[in-house]
Design a protein around this ligand. Structure first.
Ligand SMILES: Nc1ncnc2c1ncn2[C@@H]1O[C@H](COP(=O)(O)OP(=O)(O)OP(=O)(O)O)[C@@H](O)[C@H]1O
Ligand SMILES: [Mg+2]
Length: 236
C-alpha cells in the first residue's frame, strides 16, 4: 500500500524529518506515536506534499508520488484528516460531505451509516457542530474521496470520553470491516495501539522504535521513555 524510504523533510531551512523509512501493507493499520513536536503531523503533511522534501521516496500502491503536487495527492489515493479538522464552517454537513467527492464504495449513505450523528445534523452548518461532530465530519469528508489510505492526525484530541469511544468504534470499523488502510497519530497511545496492528515511534523526526502494536502496549518502559509517563500509565 505505502512504502516510504529515507524520507527527510522540513519547513524552510528547518529540518524536521530525518531518514524515515516504513511500509504499510494493504488493509494495514499503523499507529504513529511520539511526544509533542516530534514530527508526527509533519510526516503526514509530507505524505500530502505540504512540506519541503529534502530526500527520499514515497510510493502509494506502487506509484511514486513524492514529486506529485499537493492538490493531486488525494486523487492518488491519500485521504488526510488534519489535526485542525478544517471543515467548511459556512457549509452544511451534507454540503461539506459532497463538495468534493470521488466515485467509489464510500457514498453519502455509507458515511451516514458509519456516523449516524452526521445524518441527524445534515442540515446544520459546520460552525454549529460540537468538536466530536466536527471530527466525524472531517473523517467523513476524507472517506467521500474514496481514498486507498487514510491519514488520521489525533482524531480523538480534546473530545469527551463518550465521543472518544464512538469515534474509536468507527475507526475500528473502517479498518476491520471496510479493510481501509490507516495511519493513526494519537496522544492516547493505549487507544491507538488497540486500533492498529503495528506501531512506529518518532523522536525528533527519526523513527526510534517499531513494534507490533500489541507488543508495544505491554512494553511500558518504551512507552514511558518515548511517549510519556501519563500515557504509559493509562496503557497499563
Ligand atoms: N508550519 C511549520 N513551520 C515551521 N515549523 C513547523 C511547522 N509545523 C511544525 N513545525 C515544527 O516541526 C516540528 C515537528 O512538529 P509536528 O507538528 O510535526 O509535531 P507533532 O509530533 O505532530 O506534535 P503534536 O503532538 O504537538 O501535534 C516542531 O519543532 C514544530 O515546531
Ligand atoms: Mg501534530
Amino acid at each position: 500500500m505505502l512504502r516510504v524510504r529515507s524520507l527527510s523533510a522540513g519547513y524552510g531551512d528547518a529540518s524536521v524529518l530525518d531518514d524515515v523509512s516504513f511500509e504499510l501493507e494493504d488493509g494495514g493499520a499503523l499507529a504513529l506515536l511520539g511526544r509533542n513536536g516530534m514530527g508526527k503531523s509533519t510526516l503526514l503533511a509530507t505524505l500530502m506534499g505540504h512540506t519541503q522534501r529534502r530526500g527520499g521516496s514515497i510510493a502509494l500502491r506502487g506509484r511514486p508520488v513524492e514529486r506529485l503536487a499537493p492538490h493531486l495527492r488525494p486523487g492518488a489515493g491519500f485521504g488526510w484528516v488534519p489535526q485542525e479538522r478544517d471543515i467548511f464552517p459556512s457549509l452544511t454537513v451534507e454540503e461539506n460531505l459532497t463538495v468534493a467527492a470521488r466515485r467509489g464504495p464510500w457514498t453519502l449513505a455509507r458515511v451516514y451509516e458509519l456516523f449516524p450523528r452526521l445524518r441527524e445534523r445534515r442540515a446544520n452548518l459546520g460552525s454549529q457542530l460540537s468538536g466530536g461532530e466536527q471530527q466525524m465530519l472531517a473523517i467523513g469528508r476524507a472517506l467521500m474521496l474514496n481514498p486507498a489510505l487514510v491519514l488520521l492526525d489525533e482524531p480523538l484530541e480534546g473530545l469527551a470520553p463518550v465521543i472518544v469511544e464512538e469515534l474509536s468504534a468507527a475507526i475500528r470499523r473502517m479498518v476491520e470491516r471496510e479493510g481501509l488502510a490507516i495511519i493513526l497519530v494519537e496522544q492516547h497511545a493505549h487507544i491507538a495501539l488497540g486500533l492498529t496492528r503495528d506501531a512506529i515511534v518518532l523522536e525528533r523526526g527519526r523513527i526510534v522504535h517499531r513494534a507490533p502494536s500489541a507488543a508495544l502496549a505491554q512494553d511500558h518502559a518504551t512507552l514511558e521513555r518515548y511517549v510519556g509517563l501519563r500515557v504509559a500509565a493509562k496503557a497499563a
